[in-house]
Design a protein around this ligand. Structure first.
Ligand code: IPD
Ligand code: CA
Ligand code: CA
Length: 286
């Protein structure tokens, strides 16, 4: 195989990783084929919180593929949970004790998908006894499959990933988010954005938490922070960043665990500086 040729990502066999990669690839290809043809558009918790039939169909497809191979495993998927503040946390509390728990965001970046902006992803994580052991994120637009297994490193199409080397925030390209909750989460994030913008080299808000994390892992972003996410937005990406040598905590500095909803993920070197800026701006969400 030529050195610049991509490693095929359709695997055979029944390993957890093979099943996750196949499910992400299949769902991602289908999602991409429906770009601009998503049928009915509905809203969830707010006017800005969108969902389409494609989100629901992709989650069904992924669930079926996982359960075909692992019928005893539990699944927590975004489209299986009531929208709003409490239901996701309740669902996580109920599922957290499972030996094997799959955590799915069928389309992370639905708003982008709806507009045809090519920055959205499929995110699939597997937690074993409450700890993420596998993370797979697929970017259909760039045909990039990001895969991390606990203690085995993180890869994009077979190439080992490493976080970037910037030492200071002033050298860093930092991703941020505009969550679909204009009343509570948006103002907190805006305080952080206002404080970070003059200190970082620049900020980006791509609109997919999972892809931001995958790009931190790949060394293309120096860091990412956002307040008010859900477990399915970050579970796979948190492992990708950690296995690429980065640091993942909540915005107060507690190491990542499944309950983290206010995330800070960086190359490690500028982590403390980023957390301090959020703290000073009262933008941690705590
Ligand atoms: C959203 C995206 C977005 C982030 C929002 C998430 P969805 O997920 O990750 O980047 O800012 O907070 O809800 O709704 O597209 O799956
Ligand atoms: Ca999401
Ligand atoms: Ca989603």
């Amino acid at each position: 195989m030529e050195s610049n040729e991509k490693v095929p990502y359709v695997l055979t066999g029944k390993s957890h990783t093979a099943v996750a990669v196949n499910a992400a690839a299949k769902a991602g290809e289908w999602i991409k084929s429906r770009l601009g043809a998503y049928g009915r558009l509905s809203t969830k918790s707010s006017e800005q919180d969108l969902v389409t039939e494609i989100d629901k169909g992709a989650e069904q497809m992924i669930r079926r593929l996982i359960l075909t191979h692992f019928p005893d495993h539990a699944i927590l998927g975004e489209e299986g949970v009531e929208p709003g503040e409490d239901a996701p946390e309740r669902a996580l509390r109920e599922a957290e004790e499972e030996e094997y728990l799959w955590i799915i965001d069928p389309i992370d970046g639905t708003t982008n998908f709806v507009h045809g902006f090519p920055f959205y992803s499929v995110s699939i994580a597997l937690a074993k006894n409450g700890e993420v052991v596998l993370g797979v994120i697929y970017d259909p637009s760039r045909d990039e499959m990001f895969v991390a297994e606990k203690n085995k490193g993180a890869y994009v199409h077979g190439a080992r990933m490493n976080v970037s080397g910037e030492q200071r925030l002033s050298e860093g390209l930092i991703a941020v988010g505009f969550p679909a909750d204009p009343a509570v989460k948006l103002p907190i994030n805006l305080r952080g954005i206002e404080a970070l913008a003059p200190k970082a080299r620049s900020l980006r808000a791509g609109g997919s938490a999972a892809l931001h994390l995958a790009n931190v892992a790949a060394g293309r972003l120096s860091g990412y922070c956002e307040v008010g996410l859900n477990v399915w937005d970050v579970a796979a990406g948190a492992l990708l960043v950690a296995e690429s040598g980065g640091q993942v905590t909540d915005t107060a500095g507690t190491p990542y665990h499944l309950g983290v909803r206010h995330i800070a993920a960086t190359n490690g070197a500028l982590h403390t500086e980023l957390l301090n800026v959020l703290k000073e701006a009262d933008a941690t969400g705590f």
